[in-house]
Design a protein around this ligand. Structure first.
Ligand SMILES: Nc1nc2c(c(=O)[nH]1)N[C@H]1C(S)=C(S)[C@@H](COP(=O)(O)O)O[C@H]1N2
Ligand SMILES: [Mo]
Length: 438
């Protein structure tokens, strides 16, 4: 009885397996003669170098937000993945600019490689029958997580650097979890595929293949259910040509995006980076802006003569006017704003009151953190916490001026935070209250 049921299921399976629907499920539908383990392995090798750098710099960015401080972005993103091996330092001042510039630039540069890699394995998406055994079902599920995780990680990242924030939920959370799904499934994929990759790269030397013109381009040996076409067409591009195309795509992406990480006039070369230039007519405040005063609904009345800074957390709150702040000891620091989106303002000369002097004034000797609040209502941008080591750093300022001029309204007049090695978003503009916490 059981045997006959089994054999009937097996017979049904064979019947289905022998009758793929027309189109991409049929052997021989995919005909590119250069598709095969070699091309996939070369692209995989590039990703094997690039993705760990992306993941490491991404984790550093996560740490730079001080996710362990209540109310900071990283908090709700972390959950079971809360992992803070060290507190983000305030030096070197250029640290975040380098790691995040690398993260974003590499992310864009790898897009053509990822797309080519997906193209190279596309027959695998159309395996027939779709589920042949539990083991194969598991493998397909892991590939779904791999491809889905990769797409979501890259899509959220790319939308973010183009200032498209209308995600369902927070960019931070989506990007963070998608990256973990991507990285864990990629690690499993690599462990499974390393032998195939090594064999493929041993079979054909990269050096030799890069010398092979179109005329000499032949398919790799066919194996059933593999990547090589059962019915290869005549080549229209060599493997060298295909890799050249991907390389040219990556190089173009690099040229378009890298300049914005440098900042200053150079960033105008980055034609595809939206923050290429900001031109309020030149002058000391002519550098990139995230959220103008208009967008943040900061009116001249809010920042006029009636503006006061409130300093709380000590025995009694202190209220200071801008003139009071200007009368305190001023300190100058040359620092660049480096945004999570990969762009930098380039170095600017900021002038203002040291955060640690304000902490002392408030009566909190050795604060563990400071809660910074902006006149801007609502949203993650209007508030955030900085850690004790950031307050203590000598170049951490509540800035009143930049490049010998008062801050412009767009850059945070009457006063803004500027802290070395701090993600841009934590340099709050239009500050109204500082609460020092122990
Ligand atoms: N109040 C407030 N502060 C803010 C922002 C904001 O939108 N609102 N944007 C932040 C972000 S994301 C960055 S990168 C920097 C940019 O500073 P800038 O506009 O002066 O160049 O300001 C930060 N401070
Ligand atoms: Mo930013």
């Amino acid at each position: 009885m059981v045997t006959s049921l089994r054999s009937r299921v097996a017979a049904a399976n064979t019947w289905v397996a022998d009758r793929p629907p027309p189109g991409p499920f049929r052997a021989g539908f995919w005909r590119s003669p250069i598709r095969g383990p070699w091309l996939t392995s070369v692209l995989g090798a590039v990703l094997l170098v690039g993705l760990p750098v992306m993941f490491a710099t991404g984790l550093l960015s996560y740490l730079a937000y001080n996710p362990w401080l209540p109310g900071n972005d990283g908090r709700h993103a972390s959950g079971v993945l809360t992992f803070v091996p060290f507190h983000w330092p305030a030096s070197p001042a250029w640290g975040y600019r380098v790691t995040q510039g690398l993260h974003v630039t590499l992310g864009v540069v790898l897009v053509p490689v990822i797309l080519a890699k997906l193209w190279s394995v596309i027959p695998k998406l159309f395996v027939w029958p779709p589920v042949a055994s539990p083991a194969q079902a598991l493998e397909r599920l892991s590939l779904f997580l791999l491809v889905g995780g990769a797409m979501l990680t890259f899509a959220t990242g790319l939308l973010n650097i183009q200032y498209w924030y209308r995600f369902p939920g927070s960019f931070y959370v989506l990007h963070f979890y998608a990256a973990w799904v991507f990285v864990v499934s990629a690690a499993a994929h690599v462990a499974l595929k390393i032998p195939t990759m090594r064999a493929a790269l041993r079979e054909r030397r990269v050096r030799d293949e890069l010398r092979t013109p179109l005329a000499g381009t032949t398919p790799e040996p066919y194996t059933p259910n593999g990547l090589v076409s059962a019915r290869p067409a005549a080549p229209t591009i060599s493997r060298r040509g295909a890799l050249g195309l991907v390389g040219a795509g990556s190089l173009t992406a690099f040229v378009m995006v890298a300049p914005q990480t440098v900042g200053g006039p150079v960033s105008r070369l980055g034609l595809l980076s939206p923050r290429g230039g900001y031109d309020p007519g030149g002058g000391p405040n002519d550098f990139g802006v995230n959220t103008t005063a208009g967008e943040a609904r900061i009116t001249p009345a809010l920042v006029g003569g009636l503006w006061r800074l409130e300093i709380a957390g000590g025995p009694s709150p202190i209220v200071l006017s801008r003139a009071d702040l200007a009368a305190m000891e001023q300190h100058e620091a040359t620092l660049a704003i480096a945004c999570v989106e990969g762009w930098s303002s380039g170095n600017q000369r900021w002038r203002g009151v040291r955060l640690r002097d304000l902490a002392t004034l408030s009566g909190v000797a050795d604060p563990a953190s400071v809660h910074v609040e902006s006149l801007q209502d609502g949203g993650a941008f209007g508030r955030g916490r900085l850690a004790g080591n950031q307050i203590a750093a000598g170049d951490s300022l509540l800035a009143l001026q930049v490049n010998d001029a008062d801050l412009s309204l767009d850059h945070g007049f009457p006063a803004r935070i500027i802290v070395p090695n701090n993600p841009g978003v934590r340099n709050t503009k239009w500050v109204k209250r500082l609460t020092f916490e122990t």
